[in-house]
Design a protein around this ligand. Sequence first.
Ligand code: ADP
Ligand code: MG
Length: 202
Amino acid sequence: MGAEKVGAWLADFAEQIRENAAMLTDLDRQIGDADHGSNMDRGMKAVAALSPAAFADAGAYLKKAGMTLVSTVGGASGPLYGTFLMRVGGAWPAEESAEGIGAALRAGLEGIVQRGKAEVGDKTMVDALAPAVAAYDAAVGQGTQAALDAAAAACAQGRNSTTPLVARKGRASYLGERSAGTQDPGATSVTMLIEAAARTLA
Ligand code: ADP
Ligand code: MG
């Protein structure tokens, strides 16, 4: 798989972020500091300005996209999303395969967990991404499209599960019990990333 397909993935995600930036910032206004949408929009605009064709392969492009997010987004989500893309890029398969893409997504999730130390139930993006990767693996025998569709559905379900939770990581944790009742902004944006993957990567 060349960098063009992966470029289409991140271009789709950038568009979702642009369209939903106000909504993401509004979620972050309720349990954070009202910058998640604007942070991600700034970063994904910089990523969308990269030219996938200019890179030797998809892995190199993804690593550069990750570094771009680290340097432009800031906050908690910049390093976390940046690490995700750098790890996905480092593990991206030379030959397209459902298993290879699954392994790359798992490497990305592991990077986020290593960096942020969040567990499922802490009300973060991990609540959406961890079940997405598990669902991908469970469906991997049915091929890339089926596995990505399963991942996107599980991601959305995980995102929805964050609403009643009390945050134990990130800025929202400062609110204690008052963080319950709002969907986590990072779980919301990461679901857009996996839904974009299901539209573009197979
Ligand atoms: P900041 O909290 O620095 O303002 P953002 O608003 O851009 O950064 O991102 C907030 C999101 O980051 C949260 O909704 C949550 O999903 C995610 N997040 C925060 N801390 C962690 C962590 N330790 N592990 C995983 N995700 C986290
Ligand atoms: Mg914030």
